[in-house]
Design a protein around this ligand. Structure first.
Ligand code: SIN
Length: 479
C-alpha cells in the first residue's frame, strides 16, 4: 500500500505535502475503522493554492501540447503500474469489491491516455474572410484555472476524467475531492507529479467544511471554470454561484435511468446488462438502472431469471474474494435507500427479494427487488443509489417512452429489443444524453459522458471532453 493505515495523509499544495493540525478522518465504510487522517486546508491556504495555480496557468500557456501529452502518457503508465495498490485503496475508502476497483483503475487511466492523445488534436481554423483584405482565424487556448469537485463513488475515474482534459488543454487544476474518499485523489496527484506535471498544475485541497471552502474558491475571479460531479441539488447551487464571476461550468449531475426490456428482447442478455447497470458499485452510480420497465408479456419469465441471478450475489467486504456487493458509502446512504423501499411498499409495491428486516448490518445492504412500482411512488422519481431493482410493467412502446421521459433527470437510458427499428425509434424518443442499446455497460473514455435536462451541462470524455476546458478566440486581421 502507498499509505499505511492510520497514518497522516496530506492535502497537496504547490506539489508539497500540506502540514496542518486540522485533520479530517477517513474511515472504511466496511467496518468504520480509521484509515487515515488527512490535513485540511483553510481559506487562507486555499488562496495560496489559487495563486500557485494562476502562476502555473501562465507557465502552461508557454508549454507545447506535445510536452503535456508526454506527461499525461507517463501519468497513465504510472497509474497502470500501481493498479493493485490503487485498487486496494479505492476498496478501503469507498467499499466497492476489489475487482471493480481494479476495473476503475483501468477506467481512470483510460481517460488520461485518451486525453494524452487529444492534447495534440486541438486545432484552430482559418475561415473564408468577408473581404479580400481580411484574414479570419480561430485559436483555442486553455480556459484558465479550473476548480474541480469530485464525488466519492468513483474516487479515481471522476478525478482523471476532469484533470486529464484540463491539463491537455493547458489549464491548471484545483481539486476538492469528496471528504469521504480523498486518499485516492491524493495518490493520483502524487503520481502526476512523478510523471512530471508542474507543481501547480494539480493541487488537492481537503476540508471537512466543503461548502465553505467551495463557496470561497468559487467566488474567485481568477478561477475561470467549475467542473462538478454530484447531486443535482448541489449542482444547481454551484451553478448559481458561478453566475457572480461568469465562470463556465460543467455539471455531471444525478440520473434516473430507465432500463426498458421489450417483449422481443433476449431476456438472458437483458439480465446480464441489468446486473452491470444496476449492481455496479452497489447501485451507487449516476447511470444506474433506476427504473426497470419490463413488458407485461415477458415479466414473469424475466423476474424468475432475475431472482435467480440476484440470489447468487454475495454481499461482503470488498477486499474478500467473491464479494459482489460492498457496503454503501455510509449508514446515512443505507437509511435513505431503506426509506425509499419502505415508502414504495407502503404505497403498494411488492417486495419479492429480500425482506427489509433482513438487510445486513452496518452500511451493507442486501439486494432488493420491488415489483409493481408505479410513477407516483417516491422511488420512481428519486435516484435510489443502492442495490434496489424497481420493476414497472408496461404494455406499449408509446406508454413506456412517455413514462421513461417523465422525470427531471436525463442522463442514461437502456433499451433492450430484438427489433432494430424499435431500438432506433425508442432511442431517438428518449430524452437522455446516453443510451445503451442491448448493452448495460456504457462508460468508456472515448464516449461523451453527460446528461440532458436536470442531469447537467457539458460532456466528459470523448472528443467533446476537452472542449469544456478550451476558450475559442477569433482574430480578424487586416492584410
Ligand atoms: C458516475 O456515477 O458519476 C459515473 C459513472 C461512470 O462513469 O460510469
Amino acid at each position: 500500500m502507498m499509505f499505511k493505515k492510520g497514518q497522516t495523509a496530506y492535502s497537496l499544495i504547490n506539489g508539497t505535502d500540506h502540514d496542518s493540525h486540522e485533520l479530517l478522518s477517513v474511515r472504511n465504510p466496511a467496518d468504520d475503522s480509521l484509515l487515515a487522517n488527512v490535513t485540511q486546508v483553510n481559506t487562507v491556504e486555499a488562496d495560496f493554492a489559487v495563486e500557485v495555480a494562476s502562476e502555473c496557468f501562465e507557465q502552461l500557456k508557454k508549454s507545447t501540447a506535445q510536452a503535456r501529452s508526454n506527461i499525461l502518457y507517463k501519468w497513465y503508465q504510472l497509474i497502470m503500474d500501481n493498479q493493485s495498490r490503487l485498487a486496494e485503496l479505492v476498496t478501503l475508502e469507498q467499499g466497492k469489491p476489489i475487482q471493480e476497483s481494479k476495473a476503475e483503475v483501468v477506467y481512470a487511466a483510460g481517460y488520461v491516455r485518451w486525453f494524452a492523445q487529444q492534447a495534440e488534436r486541438v486545432c484552430g481554423t482559418v475561415i473564408p474572410a468577408h473581404t479580400p483584405n481580411h484574414q479570419i482565424t480561430t485559436h483555442k487556448q486553455g480556459v484558465g484555472v479550473v476548480l474541480g469537485i469530485t464525488p466519492w463513488n468513483f474516487p479515481l475515474a471522476m478525478v482523471t476524467r476532469k484533470v486529464a482534459p484540463a491539463y491537455a488543454a493547458g489549464c491548471s487544476f484545483i481539486l476538492k475531492p469528496s471528504e469521504l474518499t480523498p486518499l485516492s485523489a491524493i495518490e493520483l496527484a502524487k503520481l502526476a507529479l512523478q510523471a512530471g506535471m508542474e507543481q501547480g498544475a494539480f493541487q488537492v485541497l481537503v476540508s471537512d467544511n466543503p461548502q465553505a471552502l467551495i463557496r470561497h474558491l468559487n467566488s474567485k475571479k481568477i478561477i475561470r471554470k467549475l467542473t462538478f460531479t454530484g447531486s443535482t441539488q448541489v449542482g444547481k447551487l454551484l451553478y448559481a454561484q458561478c453566475v457572480e464571476t461568469m465562470k463556465r461550468a460543467s455539471l455531471e449531475l444525478g440520473g434516473n435511468a430507465p432500463f426498458i426490456v421489450f417483449d422481443s428482447a433476449n431476456i438472458e442478455s437483458a439480465i446480464d446488462g441489468l446486473m452491470i447497470a444496476k449492481f455496479r458499485n452497489a447501485g451507487q452510480t449516476c447511470i444506474a438502472a433506476n427504473r426497470v420497465f419490463v413488458h407485461r408479456d415477458i415479466k414473469a419469465e424475466f423476474l424468475e431469471q432475475l431472482i435467480r441471478r440476484v440470489d447468487s450475489l454475495k454481499v461482503g467486504n470488498g477486499l474478500i474474494a467473491g464479494s459482489d456487493i460492498g457496503p454503501l458509502i455510509n449508514q446515512a446512504a443505507k437509511t435513505k435507500a431503506c426509506e425509499l423501499v419502505e415508502d414504495a411498499i407502503a404505497a403498494g409495491a411488492n417486495c419479492i427479494v429480500q425482506n427489509i428486516e433482513e438487510l445486513q448490518t452496518g452500511a451493507f445492504m442486501s439486494p432488493v427487488i420491488l415489483d409493481m412500482v408505479v410513477p407516483d411512488m417516491k422511488i420512481f422519481q428519486s435516484e435510489i443509489f443502492a442495490p434496489v431493482v424497481s420493476i414497472i410493467e408496461f404494455d406499449s412502446e408509446l406508454q413506456v417512452t412517455s413514462l421513461a421521459n417523465a422525470v427531471d433527470a436525463g442522463l442514461a437510458a437502456y433499451v433492450y429489443s430484438a427489433s432494430m427499428k424499435q431500438v432506433s425509434r425508442v432511442s431517438n424518443a428518449l430524452n437522455f444524453g446516453m443510451v445503451g442499446i442491448n448493452e448495460g455497460a456504457i462508460s468508456n473514455p472515448a464516449a461523451p459522458f453527460g446528461g440532458m435536462k436536470e442531469s447537467g451541462l457539458g460532456r466528459e470524455g470523448g472528443i467533446e471532453g476537452i472542449d469544456e476546458y478550451l476558450e475559442t478566440r477569433y482574430f480578424c486581421q487586416h492584410i
